[in-house]
Design a protein around this ligand. Structure first.
Ligand code: ZN
Length: 103
């Protein structure tokens, strides 16, 4: 897969998910519910809500439903596996070490 563009992203851990104050390139993560919310990084402005199977915040582990995405923090840099593919815009990105690679 060829990288179309690279977008730096930032994680913000929140107690309550924001709804109308979602900033660009910020991934909001609720550790209690193991969910992540952000505006699609392709630029379409779509709201993306994904469940996480695990959050590893520099050794502090939180577990959600199995079979979903994994978030690992190294310092303040996020890695999320597997890649995120959004419908209907077809935005597809891999987030590694705080950078989203749009493919
Ligand atoms: Zn999109």
């Amino acid at each position: 897969m060829k990288t179309i563009k690279k977008v730096p992203v930032r994680i913000e851990f929140v107690e309550e998910m924001p709804f109308d104050t979602i900033r660009e390139n910020v991934l909001y993560v609720n550790k209690k519910t193991c969910r992540m919310r952000h505006n699609c990084l392709c630029g379409c402005d779509g709201l993306v809500d994904i469940p996480l199977s695990s959050i590893n915040d520099n050794g502090e582990i939180h577990n959600g439903e199995p079979g979903q995405w994994h978030l690992t923090m190294k310092g303040d840099k996020a890695t999320i596996t597997p890649s995120i593919l959004n419908m209907p815009c077809n935005g597809h990105y891999i987030i590694t070490n705080g950078i989203a690679n749009l493919v």
